[in-house]
Write a protein that binds this ligand. Sequence first.
Ligand code: 13P
Ligand code: SF4
Length: 354
Amino acid sequence: MSLAFPVPVKPVIQPPPMVEEVLTDDERTALKARIKALMKQQDAVLVAHYYTSADLQDLAEETGGCVSDSLEMARFGHAHPARTLIVAGVKFMGETAKILNPEKRVIMPDLNADCSLDLACPADEFTAFCDAHPDRVSVVYANTSAAVKARADWVVTSGIAAKIVKYLHQQGHKLLWAPDRHLGDYVQRVTGADMLLWQGSCVVHEAFKAEALKKMRAEHPNAAVLVHPESPESVIALADVVGSTTQLIEAVRTLPHPEFIVATDNGIFHKMHAAAPGKLLLEAPTAGEGATCLSCAHCPWMAMNGLRNLAAVLESGGNEIHIEESIRARARLSIQKMLDFAAAEKAGQIQLGD
Ligand code: 13P
Ligand code: SF4
């Protein structure tokens, strides 16, 4: 379906330089021991995204926390009794934890860990966009600020976006979607919903290249191609599986293929290797004709999380997330709708049909 509506065209967001933490074995051991003691003292649990470092993912699991996609991060942090939630990921993930758990202290290793989608969707512009289309239900991706969530009717993550949009479409709603144009376009294609799309994109997934991927696939005829739906349509068209980070890890575990070409942040390989130790995992190409490679398959904002700054934050008591209460309360409603939908769908209470 072509869109006959004017939508804001967003400039390309320039990511910060990639700075990854490098530690010796002794430093790693000492930092982990210090962090574990501080977490115990402060009744803290660590919730980490699959794109963070192997050290943080291991620490989360060693301390009873979780490593997951953004939907499960929200669910887990909400259900866990700890009084402090440490969110290793990007800012919108910390904000979501705070929105759902106002009584808890929510901290992050680095509050500058942003996201190009969030940055491409300022709340005032999004509000103007909604105001211009009052006949449409607004659905925003979780990769947005608390203020944008507060203005939206629904929040979705990549793991549940298509199901919620399909449900709203079946209820007869026309939709307004922000901020990821590729995910929005993909969801529109699979659901047939009438969607007006904001024009943001992810600097990591936008860099995957279809022509180079075709070549790679020809060189690896036994490989399945796994693609996160923040990737361009031409890359999604080559996928055997399109899904959220959790769904892609599940594909590596369950599909019979001995090799996988993976179009998402390479931080995910840590979990994929653990899920299927004997299988060959290859990074989908970000080079090739027209390559800009601003990120080279790794998110520079996710890389801002490390053991050093986590230890420092626990010691200093800084980097707490605060959200103005009226915004938090409104954002809570649109996130809660997603969590309730997910629970109802899991319990078989929502039938979406074909
Ligand atoms: P997931 O919800 O699949 O974890 O994706 C979050 C994200 O930021 C992907 O770039
Ligand atoms: Fe945002 Fe892309 Fe980084 Fe995910 S990988 S946090 S969408 S910039």
